[in-house]
Design a binder for this molecule. Structure first.
Ligand code: SF4
Ligand code: MG
Length: 317
């Protein structure tokens, strides 16, 4: 397993509008590996920091503290020029295929634009490049002369994926790419992404609300809760023996629970607290039936269970 991306104690605080001195702890102390050619699934409820983590890795936003390495390059100490070069290798597919495509631009120019921006058009034929990109995502070449509104949600997401592929990226953040789509379309898009990963040797960070969405596409999974990664494991280990009480809760809430997993349905399914004032100690303690006095006072350290498997919970000493 070759590490493509490594984050070290990444932190991001956002000021809260209208509340002087208050901050949202969007991402706290996230250190993890993303392996080349593999998919890291990132799962958690709204406000858990998944998208912020993706944007930090792409340096679409600056961290409050911490590091991110892409290969041997420190992403946050690159010059403008170096960052532009790296940007060609790192792309993002957004959740909403309706707002992410310019309605006044024809599909052909939407797909050609990244090459124009990065000065990569010389010697290339626009029609040919665009046609190939459309074919890659299962659309016909005639789509090039049409506008986004002429396509369904699933087709638009295919176009957004084609645009992300235009510069032949190594790494793509898929930020809930199927959440806005009909359930019947979701698996088609996930299958397409998986097929492209294999053909083009792409590395994904695949963000989703629920574990069931990432299960079939992920090699590793990071479970996030209120800005922290509370468990990180290979996908099969996570499903066969979830360690963190929150992971157990998520698996219990998935529509197809694995019968081999000993589930604890007594876990409190309460509301997620605000990331503005996360609970002290373990941030999950307000919903955890195992919570002790220690959990309410001290934040659990990361406990390595084995290579590439860790958990943040006082139950594991
Ligand atoms: Fe529950 Fe304590 Fe573990 Fe937090 S540290 S998940 S409160 S047992
Ligand atoms: Mg999000």
């Amino acid at each position: 397993n070759e590490v493509l991306i490594r984050t070290e104690k990444l932190n991001k605080l956002f000021p809260v509008k209208g509340h002087k001195g208050k901050t949202v702890k969007a991402v706290t102390d996230v250190s993890l590996n993303i392996y080349r050619g593999r998919t890291l699934g990132v799962v958690g409820e709204s406000g858990s920091g998944k998208s912020t983590l993706g944007r930090l890795i792409l340096r679409l936003i600056e961290p409050t503290s911490g590091e991110c390495f892409y290969g041997d390059k420190n992403v946050y100490s690159l010059s403008r020029k170096e960052l532009n070069l790296l940007r060609e290798k790192m792309q993002i597919v957004f959740q909403d295929p309706f707002s992410s495509l310019n309605p006044r631009q024809k599909i052909g120019s939407i797909l050609w634009e990244p090459l124009v921006i990065h000065n990569r058009t010389s010697g290339l034929n626009k029609e040919k490049v665009v046609g190939e990109l459309l074919n890659k995502v299962g659309l016909g070449e005639e789509a090039a002369n049409r506008y986004p509104h002429e396509f369904s949600g699933g087709q638009r997401q295919r176009i957004a994926i084609a645009r992300a592929l235009a510069l032949k990226p190594e790494f793509v953040v898929c930020d809930e790419p199927v959440s806005a789509l009909d359930v019947s379309i979701q698996s088609q898009i996930i299958n397409l992404l998986e097929e492209l990963r294999q053909k083009e040797n792409i590395t994904y960070m695949f963000i989703a609300h629920g574990l069931n969405v990432v299960r079939h596409i992920s090699d590793y999974v990071a479970v996030m809760y209120l800005g922290e990664v509370v468990e990180y494991a290979a996908v099969d280990d996570l499903f066969s023996s979830p360690l963190h009480p929150y992971t157990k809760m998520l698996i219990g809430a998935a529509p197809e629970p694995d019968p081999r997993v000993q589930l604890d349905f007594n876990l409190i399914q309460g509301e997620i607290p605000s990331p503005i004032d996360p609970p002290p100690g373990c941030r999950f303690h307000t919903r955890c039936r195992y919570a002790t006095e220690a959990c309410r006072q001290t934040s659990p350290p990361v406990k390595n269970i084995s290579e590439d498997r860790w958990v943040r919970c006082h139950l594991y000493k």
